[in-house]
Design a binder for this molecule. Structure first.
Ligand SMILES: C[S@@+](CC[C@H](N)C(=O)[O-])C[C@H]1O[C@@H](n2cnc3c(N)ncnc32)[C@H](O)[C@@H]1O
Length: 418
């Protein structure tokens, strides 16, 4: 057992404690420096272990409950869950068990439970790996599963859960005229299934491409930016769509309320050699007149669970009402910043119709000079059955099942009368 492997496991258990016990998102823990003390490869390992444990949590709990009389303290439970997932993924039993016994044994509060950890994990090592693939695909929690079933039906949700359990490959958007690694997807992004370290991939240093889920690259294709146009990217950070707009030669203003997240936009622009005016500010207070606007509004992010399996555990849906209200206000304000004859793309990485289809239906009632442009959806790789009644585009994680799925998104192009 290497010290590094144990350090990564200890950090993964800490992250699981934060997500499952404190309701914090993994991204928040990382931004707060949770893994800063680890070497880069151990940091990557701790993150991978955390994500794998969350994806397999339901199965791990089922295996563990057979050997536990009562649920232990959260941190011990998380050590057992992590151990169970690693064992069932084929990791050598002695390394995993010794490491978890060591971690729990060193805890002042829980050290006396190291015998229990040893005994339980040995039983899981004996029977878990064979049982694991026969267990059901882990389900979303009911607070999210129920409204999604109402919206899309049981079969679709089962497909989404399968995609979420499988996790996401790495998608790249390649700068026009450059090339990038990976296989080409129908919409033009490229995809790698075993990417490894992103910064080591060819073209990273030259800024030939950036990481962006294939679904997240579609809104800008639908906006169809033209060289020289004055375009506002209203909620821009970390900047994947800003880069697409800038790469098309548009005169881009990239605005976001979060200074911390805007640092990523600056980094991305620098690496790719692309240009945009970056503004820190509230979208609701911004002024100006633009040829085109991209509104990638803050949302529940329920379309990104393939990549962020912490979300259903850290959240409970209680703040979604406020987000839905904010989206409506942002859309109304963005509309006032659009020149007559201009176009706006509204999008969210959400699976909830209230953050997509319903927002557009309501905006159409409120703005007589607004119309949905269905012809703008006529781009490579878009299937006609993904187009919604009101004329938007609904993308779901269960689409492209054979290719490795895509993030859930809602996208609509709205044109303003001249
Ligand atoms: C879905 S993310 C944007 C992702 C980005 N468009 C991209 O492609 O990389 C939503 C963003 O909205 C920002 N945001 C939230 N409230 C805002 C507000 N009132 N004004 C401006 N930005 C806001 C958040 O900081 C977050 O970066």
């Amino acid at each position: 057992m290497s010290d590094n492997a144990t350090a990564a496991r200890r950090s993964a258990i800490y992250l699981l404690d934060q997500i499952l016990g404190e309701g914090r998102l993994l991204s928040e823990c990382l931004a707060a420096g949770a893994l800063d003390r680890l070497a880069p490869e151990d940091r990557a390992r701790a993150q991978r272990l955390t994500l794998e444990t969350l994806r397999g949590l339901e199965r791990a709990d089922r295996l563990l409950e057979n050997h536990l009389n009562r649920t232990p303290a959260l941190t011990v439970h998380n050590a057992l869950r992590l151990g169970a997932v690693e064992l069932c993924h084929g990791e050598a039993a002695h390394g995993v068990v010794n490491s978890m016994v060591d971690i729990v044994g060193r805890s002042r509060k829980h050290g006396r439970l190291k015998g229990l950890v040893n005994a339980v994990l040995r039983k899981v090592a004996a029977e878990g790996p064979e049982a694991w693939p026969k267990m059901r695909v882990p389900r979303l929690p009911e607070w999210l599963r129920d409204p999604l079933i109402m919206a899309w039906g049981e079969d679709a949700i089962a497909g989404m859960e399968k995609a979420q359990f499988a996790g996401a490959p790495l998608d790249l958007t390649v700068k026009p005229g450059a090339s990038g690694p990976g296989e080409a997807l129908p919409t033009g992004s490229t995809r790698l299934h075993d990417a490894g370290q992103v910064t080591a991939l060819p073209g990273y240093g030259k800024g030939d491409w950036w990481v962006q889920d294939a679904a997240a690259a579609i809104p800008v294709c639908i906006l169809a930016p033209k060289s020289g146009e004055k375009i506002l990217d209203l909620c821009a950070a970390p900047g994947g769509k800003t880069l697409q707009l800038a790469a098309a030669g548009a005169d881009v203003t990239a605005l976001d309320v979060s200074e911390t997240r805007l640092a990523r936009v600056h980094e991305n622009l620098k690496r790719t050699g692309l240009k945009a005016t970056v503004v820190a500010g509230d979208a609701l207070e911004h002024q100006g007149q633009y040829d085109a606007i991209l509104l990638d509004a803050p949302c529940s992010a329920t379309g990104t669970i393939r990549r962020h399996p912490d979300l259903p555990f850290a959240k409970d849906g209680s703040e979604f009402g406020e987000l839905i209200e904010l989206q409506a206000r942002m859309l109304a304000h963005a509309w006032s910043l659009l020149k007559p004859g201009g176009r706006l793309v509204y999008c969210t990485c959400s699976l909830l119709p209230d953050e997509g289809e319903v927002q557009v239906e309501e905006a159409l009632v409120q703005h007589p000079d607004m119309s949905v442009d269905r012809t703008a959806l006529n781009i490579a790789g878009i299937e006609s059955e993904w187009i919604t009644e009101e004329g938007g585009l609904r993308l779901r994680p269960d689409y492209w099942a054979d290719l490795g799925g895509m993030d859930g998104f809602y996208i609509a192009r709205l044109n303003k009368s001249a």
